[in-house]
Design a protein around this ligand. Structure first.
Ligand code: ZN
Length: 311
């Protein structure tokens, strides 16, 4: 077989063909174990490099803060005195207030309409060409809290690193305790299945920041659902509020104070889903009430208008 230039694939060299030469190179290729060792060493080296760079960056951040005046330094490093996440949430607003108090107000001939000052941390002022400094307090507050001050950003990073280190173990312990408590409650308390396929939940589970309905208030909500034609289904300690129509099945969720939510599912006709039902939408109490009244008076099977929440 001839190659370009008249080379012979099998016998270009009088002593060895191209294939023979390539086969001899295979003998020098690293074996699988060598490749794994090489990859591991590269990975370890890269990890060490990243760790060193992080240390350098942290030291640089500390240096940046140490270049401030002693008074500003102490203010910026006060994050070490935060004892909880709540303290930490308030910290930056308190610190910004103290920094604004220490801003040097520019002379009146410069600040015509309101007091103005340059940032006591980074020395920057407004980006407008004819303006000097920031308006006090709002302009400087926006500069600091709006993530535009390079020095304050550095202080925030150091603060967050310290808080994460200090609070992490405590937060993990609290999360574990909360999980244990939830498991314990699920074994003894009534659970509510409020959707077709979702898990049965505690009265205050999965409702976000909303307030769970009090035990004495729940019978009132259940009576309203019974009045609308819902059936209260008890399966052991799992309770569901279900209303079936010709082409729909509705699950009610009365657990949140001041509202009752509905999950509406279409019963399959030709368009069957894997679960046999397909969720249509969440509807408000008002929408559902109007629909159920329409059903009872006309026997209509028109769809319930969708809405996100209701009471
Ligand atoms: Zn600044």
């Amino acid at each position: 077989m001839r190659l370009a230039g008249g080379r012979n694939l099998f016998n270009r060299d009088p002593s060895k063909s191209v294939i023979q030469k390539n086969l001899s190179l295979v003998a020098y290729l690293p074996n699988k174990r060598t490749i794994i060792e090489w990859s591991y060493n590269m990975f370890s080296h890269n990890q060490q490099t990243i760790s060193d760079l992080r240390d350098d960056l942290d030291q640089t951040r500390q240096v940046v803060i140490s270049l401030m005046s002693q008074e500003i330094r102490e203010i910026l490093r006060s994050y070490t005195r935060c004892e909880s996440r709540r303290d930490a949430d308030c910290w930056r607003y308190d610190v910004v207030g103290e920094i604004i108090q220490r801003a040097e107000i520019l002379p009146e001939e410069i600040s015509h309409f309101s007091e103005r000052a340059y940032c006591p941390l980074c020395g920057e002022g407004s980006s407008w060409q004819d303006d000097h400094g920031f308006s006090i307090p709002e302009g400087l507050r926006r500069h600091l809290l709006g993530n535009r001050c390079s020095i304050f950003r550095v202080a925030l990073v150091l603060a967050r690193q310290t808080w994460n280190k200090n609070f992490h173990a405590k937060e993990e312990g609290e999360a574990r305790a909360a999980h244990t408590q939830k498991v314990k409650r699920k074994k003894s308390e009534t659970l509510y299945r409020t959707t077709r396929c979702g898990p049965a939940e505690l009265i205050d589970e999965g409702i976000g920041a909303a307030t769970a309905r009090k035990g004495c208030d729940l019978p009132w909500a259940e009576n309203r659902l019974l009045h609308l034609g819902f059936e209260i289904v008890n399966d052991g300690k799992v309770k569901s509020y279900i209303y079936e129509l010709d082409d729909l099945i509705v699950y009610a969720d009365p657990r949140v104070e001041g509202e009752i939510k509905f999950a509406v599912y279409l019963k399959p006709a030709s368009n069957r889903s894997r679960n046999g039902l397909r969720q249509a939408s969440t509807v408000s109490w008002k929408s559902f009430h109007e629909y159920s009244q329409l059903q009872s008076t006309t026997g209509s099977t028109s769809r319930i208008p969708a809405a996100r929440s209701g009471s």
